[in-house]
Write a protein that binds this ligand. Structure first.
Ligand SMILES: [Zn+2]
Length: 40
């Protein structure tokens, strides 16, 4: 349960991102958003 699909596309490449803890991670670009963003 550490990584789940967030259901949000990467804003750069539109690949489906993963949500890892409180970070959104693109498989190609790495962390896109983290806890500091008002993006839940
Ligand atoms: Zn990306």
């Amino acid at each position: 349960m550490d990584e789940v699909r967030a259901g949000r596309p990467c804003p750069i490449c539109e690949a489906p991102m993963y949500r890892r803890h409180c970070k959104y991670v693109c498989p190609q670009h790495g962390v896109i958003f983290d806890c500091a963003d008002p993006f839940n």
